[in-house]
Design a protein around this ligand. Structure first.
Ligand SMILES: Cc1ncc(COP(=O)(O)O)c(C=O)c1O
Length: 382
């Protein structure tokens, strides 16, 4: 990663930022997009309709490009939960149908499933460390209609192999609903390679935000068979707003699930952040894996317990469970401007493509020095 590319992310001046599984920092192009919107609101209160619609169109097309979908398959949402909600309430499920849900799933999905589908049986089963197809084969019931899963576990970083699972679900007529927020942006993911039915993803992490933006992918094969809940007046194609009596019909594609006036500032910034990722292409995934390997080797050398599997598909997350004093280690890193997360007594490291081997070395040196005695002069930006 060259200096210029790091310059797109001012956080690199301030911090050694290894917390993209927590919150992704904003890029300068996204900041510019926000400022342009603010200028418009300041000077003319509202966007010209064409300019507004162009921003929405362009954001949708950019998201579609990221996962190799078509723009009509993309719902612009506010977060992952909203996407999961739209997917689940619109599945043609009936009283007594069962949804199989990953037991280790992040609470965002669990809350949506538990509180919005009273008529459906929820069956939680463990997927981590297992072959996903075997799990579904073993636990499915006669009326199992959908599987809901995190592509990447938020802490352990294990990445579920979705390709065989998607093929199996397809063959068995089971919907596959995926929470992609801990994967998309950090790993290669495309709906062409992995034909799932729904993917919900917030912008806030690996896509650099901003929080309050996100998307849901809806496989076009389902447009005609889904319910039409969570729709609203902007789920229809208005030629203009001078005649409100027109009442055009809902879109017949995923856009029907967008309800009303949009968060145009967030959508515009989101699109710019994705463009930065697209520009760096597959090299960004390779860089994340190189940094992760370097971290893994360093953790091994220091005998840390690494809870992230070394085998299988690799996400952007690597976590360790220190034998004691995880909090003190975190404080030590924080005091040297390193940003990571502490979750369930584990330290989670989640580098992105602009991080450097020098930053990894600094982190490893800090972990190797005794926090209580440390007066080490470690240069955080080496
Ligand atoms: C796997 C996973 N899903 C979802 C979320 C957050 O969901 P939302 O975007 O709805 O806030 C997180 C956030 O930490 C997460 O790790």
């Amino acid at each position: 990663m060259s200096k210029d590319e790091r310059e797109l992310f001012p956080v690199t001046h301030e911090k050694i930022y290894f917390n993209h599984a927590g919150t992704g920092p904003m890029s300068l192009p996204a900041q510019r997009a926000v400022m342009q919107c603010v200028e418009t609101y300041l000077r003319q209160a509202e966007f010209d309709l064409d300019a507004y619609l162009e921003r929405v169109r362009s954001a949708r097309a950019t998201v579609a490009r990221l996962i190799k979908a078509t723009p009509e398959e993309i719902v612009l949402t506010h977060n992952t939960s909203e996407g999961i909600y739209i997917a689940l309430i619109n599945l043609p499920l009936h009283e007594g149908d069962t949804v199989l849900i990953m037991d280790e799933i992040f609470p965002a999905v669990r809350y949506v499933a538990d509180h919005n589908l009273p008529y459906v049986k929820k069956k939680y089963v463990s997927f981590l460390g297992k072959d996903a197809v075997d799990v579904v084969r073993k636990h499915r019931e006669r009326k199992t209609k959908a599987v809901v899963i995190d592509h990447v576990h938020f802490l352990i970083g294990e990445m579920i192999d979705l390709k065989p699972l998607a093929a199996f679900c397809r063959q068995e007529n089971i919907y596959l609903v995926v929470d992609g927020i801990q994967a998309i942006g950090a790993v290669d993911f495309s709906v062409q390679d992995t034909p799932v039915d729904f993917v919900a993803c917030g912008a806030a992490k690996w896509l650099f935000g901003p929080s309050g933006a996100g998307f849901l992918y809806v496989n076009k094969e389902h447009f005609n068979s889904l319910n039409r809940f969570h729709t609203g007046w902007l789920g229809a194609e208005w030629p203009g707003f001078d005649n409100i009596e027109l009442r055009p019909p809902l879109y017949s594609d995923a856009r029907m699930f967008e309800q009303g006036t949009r968060n145009i500032i967030g959508i515009s910034a989101f699109a710019e952040n994705i463009k930065v990722l697209l520009e760096y292409g597959p090299a960004r995934v390779e860089q994340i894996q190189k940094l992760k390997q370097q971290l893994r080797q360093g953790f091994r050398d220091m005998d840390f317990e690494i809870i992230t599997p070394a085998r299988g598909l690799q996400s952007g997350i690597i976590s360790i469970k220190p034998a004691k004093d995880a909090e003190r280690l975190l404080e030590h890193l924080t005091s040297h401007n390193v940003v990571i997360s502490l979750r369930n007594n584990c330290l989670r490291f989640s580098p992105h493509f602009y991080n450097t081997p020098g930053e990894v070395s600094t982190i490893l040196n800090l972990l190797g020095s005794d926090p209580s005695k440390s007066t080490a002069q470690i240069r955080p930006f080496a």
